[in-house]
Design a protein around this ligand. Structure first.
Ligand code: UD1
Length: 356
């Protein structure tokens, strides 16, 4: 079986790591790794390959940043050439980023089968670029691998055939369980109590008003607890271009994006995490660290039901009340999630071997 696996952004690298590790155990599978180049900074890309022992990509499309149309179109043009040259049996895409959609669409137009890992998640918010990517990728995929049962309901509601859906667990959690010990053995970044912050959603950081509002919330929290903020390049640029002043927050430590192991270490040793990321809601749940999700919706409801996730939106009062509850030690505990057991990759590969 000849597979092309596609990655483009940070969360993709984390997910593909355990899939590639698993396919490498099978002599009858050839797995070609294509990096679209959507993320390209050393700290956003290469460091993940190194730390997660992902082999160097066989092909790098070198696309880089751009508008949605530009990025998606450029990836499609370059990926089509790869498909024509390689004629794989299957293209594997993960997550919901522009690289995921671009490559799934290109493959599907060439009648190459597509497997979507992390299918069926829905925020029901089409203003999110990722939601459009999810809807379209799922519609054209042949194999839909889901991480939680709600995803099946979402797909069936969209008239996707049940026979294409496979509940297998979560690759991001496979990778976490595999690297947890190594991450916990690193030297802690801070030797005091702190919270971790990450922000990059366009709905939060691309408008001055909402970013300003978030900074006010952060200001209030840092009066009580140190905040460690590995800042996403998108957010850094926005703070600069909106001329927002963050220098007065004495208890806010802004650092460059962290590598995977350092970031997991920072999360494990924190009091709680404030984030608008998707994957971090899952990782904090399994690490049993409270997660305050600064969004109005989540495509990962299981992390609120069985995990440590609080969906607060960006209402100051709600966020601060949640922080206070966590301070009082009145917090959610991880109750376990079905199939988040580190064996998702194994299940996916065994299904693919049966089906193809
Ligand atoms: C992308 C994904 C998002 C995912 C996130 C993970 C889409 C639509 N968005 O968002 O779903 O949660 O990755 O991080 O696919 N930049 C750099 N260096 C890099 C990469 C980006 O400086 O290595 C800067 C560029 O100015 C770029 C901006 O960050 O324009 C945004 O990058 P982009 O890949 O468009 O989206 P993300 O916000 O990273």
């Amino acid at each position: 079986m000849k597979i092309i696996s596609v990655v483009g952004t940070r969360p993709n690298f984390v997910k593909i790591a355990s899939f590639i590790k698993e396919t490498s155990k099978h002599n009858d599978i050839q797995n070609i790794l294509v990096h679209t180049g959507q993320h390209y900074d050393e700290k956003m890309s290469e460091s993940f390959f190194r730390e997660l022992s992902i082999p160097k990509p066989d092909i790098n499309l070198g696309i880089g940043s751009g508008s949605h149309a530009e990025q998606t179109a450029k990836i499609m043009i370059e990926f089509e050439k790869v498909l024509l040259k390689e004629s794989p049996d299957l293209v594997v895409v993960v997550g919901d980023v522009n690289s995921t959609l671009a490559c799934a669409l290109t493959a599907s137009k060439l009648n190459v089968k597509v497997a979507h890992i992390e299918a069926g998640l829905r925020s029901f918010d089409r203003a999110m670029p990722e939601e459009i990517n999810r809807l379209l990728v799922d519609k054209i995929s042949d194999y839909l691998f889901i991480t939680e049962r709600d995803a099946e309901k979402n797909l069936l509601n969209e008239n996707i055939e049940k026979s294409k859906i496979f509940f297998v667990g979560n690759l991001m959690i496979d990778t976490l369980l595999m690297h947890k010990e190594k991450a916990s053995n690193l030297k802690p970044i801070l030797n005091e109590d702190y919270a971790v912050l990450t922000l990059h959603r366009p709905s939060n950081v691309d408008s001055k008003d909402s970013l300003k509002n978030l900074l006010e919330i952060i200001n209030e929290i840092q009066l009580k607890l140190k905040i460690l903020w590995p800042i996403h390049p998108r957010t850094k640029q926005k703070i600069e271009s909106f001329n927002l002043n963050i220098n007065e927050m004495k208890n806010l430590t802004i650092i460059e994006p962290l590598g995977y192991l350092e970031f997991m270490n920072a999360v494990m040793n924190s009091k709680f995490v404030l984030t608008d990321s998707g994957g971090i809601q899952e990782e904090t749940t399994v690490l049993n660290i409270p997660c305050i999700t600064l969004r109005e919706n989540t495509e990962r409801p299981i992390t609120c039901e069985n995990g440590t996730n609080y969906l607060t939106g960006i209402d100051k009062e709600i966020v601060i009340n949640t922080v206070n509850e966590i301070f009082k030690n009145n917090k959610k505990e991880y109750r376990g999630i079905e199939l988040w057991d580190g064996k998702a990759a194994e299940r996916i590969v065994s299904i693919l071997k049966n089906e193809i």
